[in-house]
Design a protein around this ligand. Structure first.
Ligand code: ZN
Length: 255
């Protein structure tokens, strides 16, 4: 009976604790995820980097090259360094869900900007573009409560359509499972981290791969290879930020 009494008393106490935590979050001042400036969700200086026109960034990534192919054109808005890097970390791994809209808007603007280049260089006039997100790990999506790559891809497709391109989102890639009994830990890790086509890809189209960041380029290269077996041809990539060559060392900070 004593145990029952404790349990029933525990509920309202836990509710009070939760309420106290929620109130504390409201009172604790926010700060800029880029530079730490107090009492702003983000400061103008740090936000301004994401209003720049996206730049071709494929030359930054040593592992983007795929044998026998011309380099994949990849656009990025910012360098994954300094305040921009801090903002991305706060958004992806720091729980700053208030940045979802901010980065979706940035992706939309950037995609509208690259739409003419895609239309001229990569597709026949009026041909469709499939915007394919590079998927996040299921655990990351659970923790965040939102599928960030899918959100970015949707925003990019909106931007392309605003730029006159026939673009739709096709989330056809998944992260492989299919672990084999007896495989070594390293083999299991490789299988678990491999990209593969997990859905019907739909009619032929040129693909714009969308990822949040590009560090070595290995992930985009893996996505290109995984789509080789389909009617989809990867024509270009887009990411919010690309690591400068020396920035490869800092990638451990991101999931
Ligand atoms: Zn700032």
């Amino acid at each position: 009976m004593v145990e029952v009494g404790r349990a029933t008393l525990g509920e309202p106490i836990r509710a009070v604790e939760r309420a106290a935590r929620d109130i504390a979050r409201l009172i604790v001042p926010v700060s800029c995820p880029g530079c730490g400036a107090h009492d702003v969700r983000w400061c103008d200086d740090c936000a301004s980097a994401w209003w720049e026109a996206p730049l071709r960034s494929e030359s930054l990534s040593p592992r983007l090259d795929i044998e026998g192919r011309p380099p994949l054109p990849v656009w990025a808005i910012a360098e994954l360094a300094g305040a921009s890097h801090s903002m991305i970390v706060a958004w992806k791994d720091g729980g700053r869900r208030d940045l979802d809209r901010f980065f979706a808007d940035a992706a939309r603007r950037a995609a509208a900007h690259i739409a003419p280049a895609l239309d001229r260089g990569l597709v026949h006039a009026g041909a469709p573009i499939a915007v394919v997100p590079v998927p996040a790990r299921a655990a990351s999506t659970r923790t965040r409560g939102i599928d960030l790559p899918l959100m970015l891809a949707s925003a990019a497709a909106q931007g392309l359509r605003a730029g006159g391109v026939d673009a739709t989102v096709r989330p056809v890639l998944g992260i492989g499972r299919g672990e084999q009994r007896g495989a070594s830990a390293k083999q299991r890790w490789r299988q678990a981290s491999s990209l593969r086509v997990t859905r019907d890809v739909g009619p032929p189209a040129t693909v714009l791969l969308v990822d949040d960041v590009m560090t070595t380029g290995a992930t985009l290269a893996a996505a290109v290879r995984s789509l080789d077996v389909t009617f989809l041809t990867v024509g270009a990539g887009f990411c919010l930020a690309a690591a400068p060559p020396s920035g490869v060392r800092t990638r451990g900070a991101l999931s």
